[in-house]
Write a protein that binds this ligand. Structure first.
Ligand code: NAD
Length: 351
C-alpha cells in the first residue's frame, strides 16, 4: 500500500493506493460511528457481497447509474435518507463508485449538518486518478456541469485497482483520458505513456501509473485548493470537453479527450503550444481516443456545442472563452478567445 498525504488549510487527508487498502483501512474507518453509503446501481449489482461484508450495519443509498442523476433531486433524496437514518455530526459517509457517486456523495457529506466525515472509495479509473482526490464536489443544474457544489475534502481516499477488473473498456478509456491530461502537464507521466502506447488498455500498467497521477494532483491541490491559480491547469481540455459532454451524449472522459484534441490543435495554430510538443501530445491523445473508437461520434454540429462553453466556470464577465492549454514540457497557460473567434477555431479544429 502506498500512502499520499494531502494537506490543505481545512484537512489533513490521506490517499491510500493498492490492492490491500480495503482490508488494511476500511474496518477501522467503519468502526465507532453510524455510517452511510452512497453507491450506484451498477456498482451495487456487481459488488453486493462486498457491501454486505463491509457495511453490514450501514444505510446504503443506491443511486441510478449515470451523469443525468447527478442532480438536485438525487442530492435531496440522499440528504433525506441521511436524516431518516438518524446520522449525527460524528457519522461518516462513504462514496463507493465512479465520479458521479463521488461528486454527489461528497456534496451530501459537505451539506449534512454543515459537514460530516467523508471517505471516497473510487471504483472507476477516472475516479481513482482524478475525481476522488482534491475535494471538488458538485451536482449539475439547468444543463450546466458542476455548477452547484463545494470544496470539501475527504478524510481518506481508498484506491483499490482491483475494482478496475469489472470496468467496461469504454470506462477505462475515460480514465486514460484523464491520465493523458496529467501527461500534458507532467513530463514524467508523458514520457511513461508515450513509451507505452501499446499498453493503454493493460490494467497492470495503468494501475502502476495511478500513484504518479494522484501525486501530481495532490501537489497541485496543496498549492491551490480553491483553484485560483495552479489548479486551473487540471482543466486542460475541459472547457470544450464539458461543452461536448452536454451536447453529444458522450461521457465525461471521452468528451475531455476530444476537448483536449481540439483545444491542443487550437493552441498549436495560435502559436501558444510549441509545435513539436503539440504534435507529440496530439499523437498521444489520438492513441487514447483509438482505445475504443466510437462510431457514433459526429462533430459536424460542433459550432452549436460551442455555445455551451459560454457557461464554463473558468470564464469571467468579459465574455471570453477561457481554456487551460499545455505550452511545452511541464508548462501550461490560460488562453482566452472571444466567443466568435473560439467558435470558428473549434469548427476548424474539429474538421
Ligand atoms: N470532482 C472532481 O474533481 C472531478 C474530476 C473529474 C470528473 N469529475 C466528474 O466525474 C464524473 C465522471 O466520472 P466517471 O467517469 O467515473 O463516471 P461514472 O461515475 O458515471 O461511472 C462510469 C460508469 O462506470 C460504472 N462503474 C463504476 N465502477 C465500476 C466498476 N468497478 N465496474 C463496472 N462498472 C463500474 C458506473 O456505474 C457508470 O455506469 C463526471 O460527473 C465528472 O464531472 C469530477
Amino acid at each position: 500500500m502506498k500512502t499520499i498525504d494531502l494537506k490543505t488549510p481545512t484537512m489533513m487527508g490521506k490517499i491510500h493506493v493498492g490492492a490491500d487498502v480495503i482490508d488494511a483501512r476500511l474496518p477501522a474507518l467503519v468502526a465507532g460511528q453510524k455510517n452511510f453509503v452512497v453507491t450506484d446501481s451498477n456498482v451495487f449489482a456487481l459488488y453486493g457481497a462486498w457491501f454486505t461484508r463491509h457495511f453490514a450495519d450501514a444505510e446504503i443509498f443506491v443511486l441510478s447509474a449515470g451523469e443525468e442523476n447527478k442532480n438536485f433531486g438525487s442530492l435531496y433524496a440522499i440528504l433525506e435518507k441521511m436524516s431518516a437514518a438518524g446520522l449525527h455530526r460524528n457519522s461518516r459517509l462513504f462514496a463507493v463508485g465512479g465520479g458521479v457517486v463521488g461528486d454527489i456523495g461528497g456534496l451530501a457529506a459537505a451539506l449534512y449538518m454543515r459537514g460530516i466525515s467523508c471517505v471516497q472509495i473510487p471504483t472507476t479509473l477516472l475516479a481513482q486518478v482524478d475525481s476522488s482526490v482534491g475535494g471538488k464536489t458538485a451536482v449539475d443544474l439547468g444543463g450546466v456541469k458542476n455548477i452547484v457544489g463545494a470544496f470539501y475534502q475527504p478524510c481518506e481516499v481508498l484506491v483499490d485497482p482491483t475494482f478496475l477488473q469489472t470496468l467496461p473498456m469504454r470506462e477505462i478509456k475515460c480514465g486514460v483520458g484523464e491520465m493523458v491530461k496529467y501527461a500534458a502537464l507532467n513530463a514524467e507521466i508523458f514520457d511513461i505513456l508515450e513509451r507505452n502506447t501499446d499498453r493503454l488498455t493493460d490494467l497492470a500498467f495503468l494501475s502502476d501509473l495511478i500513484v504518479a497521477c494522484i501525486q501530481h494532483k495532490a501537489d497541485v491541490v496543496q498549492a491551490d485548493e480553491k483553484e485560483s491559480g495552479e489548479r486551473c491547469s487540471l482543466n486542460v481540455g475541459h472547457t470544450t470537453g464539458h461543452a461536448i459532454e452536454l451536447t453529444s451524449g458522450l461521457s465525461h472522459g471521452e468528451s475531455v479527450l476530444y476537448g483536449m484534441l481540439f483545444e491542443t490543435r487550437i493552441a498549436v495554430s495560435a502559436g501558444i503550444c510549441e509545435k513539436e510538443y503539440g504534435s507529440r501530445l496530439l499523437a498521444l491523445i489520438e492513441k487514447a481516443i483509438a482505445i475504443e473508437p466510437n462510431a457514433a461520434v459526429d462533430f459536424s454540429g460542433i459550432g452549436e456545442s460551442a455555445e455551451k462553453a459560454r457557461s464554463d466556470k473558468k470564464n469571467s464577465d468579459d465574455g471570453k472563452i477561457k481554456m487551460a492549454v499545455a505550452k511545452c514540457e511541464n508548462e501550461w497557460t490560460m488562453f482566452s478567445l472571444g466567443f466568435e473567434e473560439y467558435r470558428a477555431a473549434l469548427v476548424q479544429a474539429a474538421k
